[in-house]
Design a protein around this ligand. Structure first.
Ligand SMILES: [Zn+2]
Length: 134
């Protein structure tokens, strides 16, 4: 598993913060931006998209992952998530991302300051995640 460079981390943080304003969060008002770096050095972004039928809401991390996979990404190297207070990905997103990068670097970004508040590998966030493929 490749490690992201500092330049790549800086880019991911900037993208996650930049897209956050596009989130559709009229109910929670909790705007989230995510950016994923794949093993080819490409960056994909996503935001949370809420729905009047609350259970259909999708998180920014999964939106970004869907965009990445649609573009042909196979392996995630790093994921930046920007929220007020640098919230960690929910359990569903941890499992969803685990499919494509169990050892990827997860960066929790405070969207108000731009600071990376916490960095850990995904399998630190989700020990013994479920994965059928190797
Ligand atoms: Zn989530």
């Amino acid at each position: 598993m490749a490690e992201p460079t500092q330049d790549q981390i800086d880019e991911l943080v900037a993208v996650a913060i930049a897209v956050r304003g596009m989130a559709y969060a009229p109910f929670s008002k909790f705007y989230v931006g995510a950016a994923i770096l794949d093993n080819e050095g490409r960056v994909f972004s996503g935001v949370n998209v809420e729905n009047s039928s609350y259970g259909l809401t999708i998180c920014a991390e999964r939106t970004a992952a869907g965009t990445a996979i649609t573009a042909g990404a196979k392996e995630f190297v790093a994921v930046a998530v920007a929220t007020p207070g640098a919230a960690a990905p929910c359990g569903a997103c941890r499992q969803f991302l685990y499919e494509f990068g169990p050892r990827c670097t997860v960066l929790l970004v405070d969207s108000e300051t731009g600071a990376v508040k916490h960095t850990a590998t995904l399998d630190e966030f989700l020990p013994s995640g479920f994965r059928l493929s190797s």
